[in-house]
Every structure is written in structure tokens, then in C-alpha cells.
Design a protein around this ligand. Sequence first.
Ligand SMILES: Nc1ncnc2c1ncn2[C@@H]1O[C@H](COP(=O)(O)OP(=O)(O)O)[C@@H](O)[C@H]1O
Ligand SMILES: [Mg+2]
Length: 332
Amino acid sequence: MSDIILEANNLYHVYDSNQLDGNVVALRGLTVEIAAGEAVAVVGPSGSGKSTLLKALGGLMKPSAGSVFLNGQNMTRLTGAELVSLRQRTVSFIFQEGNLLPDLTAIENVAQPLKHAGVRDKVARKKALEMLERLGIQGQAKSYPSTLSGGEAQRVAIGRALITNPRIILADEPTGALDPITGRRIIDLFRKLHDEDGVAFLIVTHSREVSSFADRALELRDGRFVAQHKHGVTDAELQEDRELIMDETGTLSMPPDILTQLGGMGRFLVKDLTKDHLTMERVDDEKLEIVAHGKMQLTAKCPACKYDYGDTEDDQCPECGSSRPSQIQGAK
Ligand SMILES: Nc1ncnc2c1ncn2[C@@H]1O[C@H](COP(=O)(O)OP(=O)(O)O)[C@@H](O)[C@H]1O
Ligand SMILES: [Mg+2]
């Protein structure tokens, strides 16, 4: 195995909400590994948790539960200063828009992460100018963000992200607000960084072009990865090359179109089961019997918000609304 640049285990995230409909569980036990130099696309409908995932993976937001390892270090355990230093050396973000500091010029924006890392002003400015040249916008070095076009501003933001030589770039719909030509230039640049410099990417995207440069795509639904695709895909191509994902608790979430084709929810008889192979057949009978199984038990605490279920048999957390998983007795 090549080394792992980013790893997340069993991530949960709950947003507190004041509204009557209660808290929002945005991530539900999500596990992922990105190898050094790998480019992975994340696809999924709006509200499925893509932006929340990226923020949790990059250490911009602490997940409610679960761990994130960046370059082998457990970010969820680091102190503020250690976390800042690890992030500065390893990861950069590119968002759809609004990446730039409005009171700094283009060159100052690009130089700023270096200055933060303690690089002398003159050296930082020189490197920033080289970066603007590489991106073809050195002519705008002294312009303020409000006077730049969308494409120029995004290239400055990318320069800012690249100036620290990150090992992984987390990008949230980075070309979403750009015209197709500017978008293509940016993807060409990403491809080059990926192919020639071994930079890893985790990119949220709806665009065919962006996803075409990814080594694989993960399909996110309702805070869980439900499937993986061997190539980048767009939302419209999700049926292609789809591998369903089962996690270590045995949970398999069906993407909605597969569930529909299968005929909807229900009970299934195990017809043929050997290692790596399972055939199931729907049971027609409508009666639902739950058979107690000695080895499985409901978890004692909510994995998302740590609510203690006590002696109850609730299957949903009264605090945060997460579903209550079962686990094999003795598992931690
Ligand atoms: N700051 C927030 N406070 C409360 N709920 C939020 C917040 N940000 C996102 N959410 C909710 O979390 C879920 C996932 O959101 P998000 O990660 O933005 O999804 P995506 O990027 O896939 O559209 C959605 O239901 C959204 O409404
Ligand atoms: Mg989003």
C-alpha cells in the first residue's frame, strides 16, 4: 500500500439547530482513506453532507465524533497551535467563491499563508509573484479582489492554496462559479499538479470535467458513502461502475435508484451465501419479525452526541435524532 495522506474513521457530525425540526445529522458514521497523490471526487445531492465532510477532514470544524488523521497525525487530538502547524504544512482549501481577503491585493493574498508560516515578507512576495505568473495573472498582482473577474479571483485563490506546496487539496465545487473556459484552465492545472507533483485531491463536484481527472469517485447520500465508482462520474452517470459499500457494522445503504429497481424496502431471504458472494430473494409475506440475535446488541451511547441510552431500547437518539446502531457484543 502507498502511504495514506488522509484518513477518517466513523465520522459523525450533528449541527445544533434552534428550529422545531431539531438537530441535523450531517455525517453518519463515515469512513474514508485517501492515498498520497490520489485524486478522489465526491458526488451526491445537495444537503448530503459534502461541505460538512470537507470541513471536518481539513480540520476547519471538529466533528461531533470520530477521528481524522492527516499525514498520520490524529487531528482531533491536537491542540490549536499543533493543528494550525500541521494544516499549514499539509493541506489547502479551495471553495467555490469568497476565498480572498478583501483588504489585501492579489499578490498579498497569495503571499499571506507564507507570511503566516513565518517566511520573510520579501521572499513571500517573490514566491507569490512567481505563482501569479504560473497562473497567468501576474498583470493583476496589485489589484484588489473587488476589481477582479470571477475567474481571476478564483486563480488568485488557487495560488493562495498552492503557495505552501500542500500534499492534499480539499476543494468544494471549485469551478462551480466559473465560465467553462476558465474552469477548464483550472482543471488542467489540477491535473498537472496531480500527475507531475503528486498532489492529492478530494474534490466535491457536479462537473464532468472535474470528475474526469479523479482516480475514483465516492457517492455520498444522507451523510454516508453508499457507493464507489472506479472513475470520476457526474450525478447523471451514477449507475456506471458502481460498487456498493458495506461498512464494518454490516450496514449497506442502497442508493435510491437501486432501491427502486429492487422493488423498495422489505425483507429478504439469504439464498446463497459464500465468502464474497450473496444472493437474496424478497420474502412476500408482509409480517415483519425481528429475531433476537445473541451476538448483536444496541450501542449504549449515541455515536453522534454521546447521549446515554441507559436501559431503553430506543432506536433513535432523543437528543440528536441519529439512528441507534447495533454492534457485536464486546466490540468497542
Ligand atoms: N451551519 C449549519 N447549521 C445547521 N445545519 C447545517 C449547517 N450547515 C449545513 N447544515 C445541514 O447539514 C446538512 C449537510 O449540509 P452540507 O454539508 O452543506 O451538504 P452539501 O454540501 O452536500 O450540500 C444539510 O441538511 C444542511 O442543511
Ligand atoms: Mg456544499
